[in-house]
Design a protein around this ligand. Structure first.
Ligand code: ZN
Length: 113
C-alpha cells in the first residue's frame, strides 16, 4: 500500500507543479499548486509514520498476551511452572520448552489453565 500512496503523492505533486508552471500570473493557480504540494507532503509523511505505529502495537500485543499466559502457565507434561524464558513466539504461534522435563510443544490457542 505504501507504493500506491507514494504514487498518488507523486501525481498530486505533479499537478501542483503544473499549476505553478501554468499560473501565467494568476495567483489562484499558484495557491492551488502550493496546496497540492502540501497535500503530497502530508501523504508521504503519513505513509512514513503509520507503519512504525503498527509495529509498536504488534509488539505490545505479544507482550500483553505473554503476561496473561504466565499467570497460570504450567508444563503440559510434568506440571512444572514455566517462566518467560521458556516461551518463544514464532510466526504467531507460542512454543513451550519445559526446563524440568525437557518436553517442547506448541500452543495453538491461548491457554486457559
Ligand atoms: Zn515439563
Amino acid at each position: 500500500m505504501e507504493i500506491v500512496t507514494y504514487l498518488i503523492a507523486a501525481i498530486v505533486a505533479f499537478f501542483g507543479f503544473m499549476f505553478v508552471v501554468g499560473a501565467q500570473g494568476q495567483l489562484i493557480r499558484v495557491v492551488v499548486g502550493v496546496i497540492l504540494f502540501a497535500a503530497a507532503g502530508v501523504l508521504i509523511y503519513l505513509t512514513r509514520v503509520r507503519p512504525k505505529k503498527e509495529e509498536i502495537t504488534h509488539v505490545q500485543k505479544i507482550d500483553l498476551s505473554g503476561d496473561v499466559q504466565l499467570e497460570h502457565l504450567q508444563c503440559r507434561a510434568c506440571g512444572g511452572a514455566l517462566s518467560r524464558d521458556n516461551i518463544e513466539v514464532k510466526a504467531g504461534a507460542i512454543f513451550i520448552e519445559c526446563p524440568y522435563c525437557g518436553s517442547s510443544y506448541q500452543i495453538e490457542e491461548a491457554p486457559k489453565w
